[in-house]
Design a protein around this ligand. Structure first.
Ligand code: SAM
Length: 205
């Protein structure tokens, strides 16, 4: 398995890494995703014979909760975030200012739980810069389906699949899972494949 540590691209990893205050960390919408949410989603994709590309960009990686699950499954993971939260494999990078999906030299799928405030911007930006056939996968509240701005987005970029979690999955502010035992929020995994123009399929995990 390839990894970014030791790879020559890893010279980027700490460049520009920023020291943000705790307040700024919260303001940047840091809610870590329970790794289990990604585990059960990837199991379901296996069952449904949906194969992601080997190279995946976690473009708002926080402390690496999702990146680590992907790595364990042997994906080649590139991790970045606007704030350095001491995840040792991250590169400091404002995703919305990026212009390609291959900062490492290869095209990649994108998978993240984006900052809630900029969820739509993240989806649009990922799809704008992505090459045909690659996946953008986002962990989003089910409410992402509604709204006029979303309607426009879905007309331009219909998701190929929406996987709804039938059991609630947890996200914890600042990664403090001890403080978050339950949630009233229903999350879904939205899957876009650049170039897809058909009807969206909804499935349940
Ligand atoms: C909801 S948290 C999710 C963290 C991680 N993806 C996970 O699931 O555990 C959103 C993350 O987006 C990062 N973020 C906010 N704005 C960003 C930007 N413009 N570019 C890159 N990351 C950003 C925050 O710093 C935060 O770590």
């Amino acid at each position: 398995m390839k990894d970014w540590i030791g790879n020559k691209k890893s010279t980027f990893i700490q460049l520009g890494a920023s020291n943000h205050s705790n307040k700024e960390r919260e303001e940047r919408d840091f809610y870590a995703t329970d790794p289990k949410a990604l585990e059960i989603f990837l199991d379901k994709l296996d069952e449904d014979k949906i194969e992601l590309h080997n190279d995946i960009w976690e473009c708002a990686c926080g402390m690496g909760h999702l990146s680590e699950v992907l790595k364990k499954r042997d994906y080649c993971v590139f991790s970045s975030d606007i704030v350095n939260r001491e995840y040792k494999e991250m590169m400091a990078k404002d995703f919305l200012q990026t212009t390609t999906t291959y900062p490492t030299g290869v095209e990649m799928d994108i998978l993240t739980n984006p900052p809630y405030k900029y969820a739509q911007e993240f989806v649009e930006h990922a799809l704008d810069i992505q090459a045909d056939g690659y996946y953008t996968i986002m962990f989003l509240k089910i409410q992402f389906l509604e709204g006029q701005a979303r309607k426009k987005l879905f007309e331009k970029y219909p998701p190929k699949y929406v996987y709804v979690n039938s059991a609630r999955q947890l996200c914890a502010m600042n990664g403090e899972f001890d403080k978050y035992k339950a949630t009233a929020i229903c999350y879904c995994w939205f899957i876009w494949q650049k170039g897809f123009k058909g009807e969206s399929v909804i499935r349940w995990i």
